[in-house]
Design a protein around this ligand. Structure first.
Ligand SMILES: [Mg+2]
Length: 217
């Protein structure tokens, strides 16, 4: 029998480009703390997940819980808007047509993610959305267990080294996409199983395998 594949998606930089409002909101936090704001290139060089590590480095001694309301207010009022990444919907549609189970594992705030999922009509593609996750490397074990996902049938797709490290923690396959926050040089440093420019390229890679008539028997 053909086994179904499970896909876990990171959100920011993998399905949705939220970089412009995230930079805006991060700069609001820095300004709030009397620190200089970051240009896009500086942000991309400095940013890392989990969030706590990034803020500890940039704003040592600040309490994360006190910064979060500043970030969220600035994110909501930013004139920069998140956009759906090209090929994201095609990839999700294909998953749905194949009967693959899809999940989201994201550090993004649940309210922001839910608003974007509604705006881009993405909700129906996912069995479950795990948002606002502080440390994905810890949470992936819970996600796999809770949804009874077999690691060998599961792939995590993300745009940051933390995503690839998370896949390794969970014992699942890892795919790095170059549509987000980190470039090929940085991502290749953590040895993803596969690295692609975008989800269209990934679909081309996996489609022949999945639709292989031998595997389908
Ligand atoms: Mg991401």
């Amino acid at each position: 029998m053909r086994h179904l594949t499970n896909f876990i998606f990171d959100w920011s930089g993998t399905l949705v480009d939220d970089l412009p409002p995230v930079i805006d909101a991060t700069n609001a936090v820095l300004a709030h703390c009397g620190r200089p704001i970051l240009a896009r290139e500086d942000f991309l060089r400095e940013f890392e997940l989990p969030f706590a590590r990034f803020y500890e480095r940039l704003l040592p001694g600040q309490v994360l819980a006190a910064l979060e309301p500043v970030f969220h207010a600035a994110f909501v009022r930013s004139e920069e808007k998140a956009t759906l990444l090209p090929h994201a919907r095609d990839f999700l549609r294909w998953c749905q047509a194949q009967g693959h189970r899809c999940f989201v594992l994201s550090a993004a705030h649940p309210d922001h993610l839910a608003a974007q999922a509604r705006e881009f009509a993405l909700d129906s593609y996912f069995e479950s959305i795990h948002a606002g996750i502080r440390d994905k490397t810890e949470h992936i074990h819970h996600l796999l267990e809770h949804h009874a996902l077999r690691p060998e049938h599961t792939t995590f797709i993300g745009d940051m080294t933390h995503d690839i490290e998370t896949a390794r923690h969970g014992g699942v396959h890892s795919v790095a996409v170059l549509t987000g926050y980190q470039d090929a040089a940085r991502l290749s440093g953590v040895n993803p199983d596969v690295m692609v420019h975008n989800l269209a390229e990934l679909l081309k890679l996996i489609r022949p395998l999945d639709e292989d008539p031998v595997a389908a028997n």
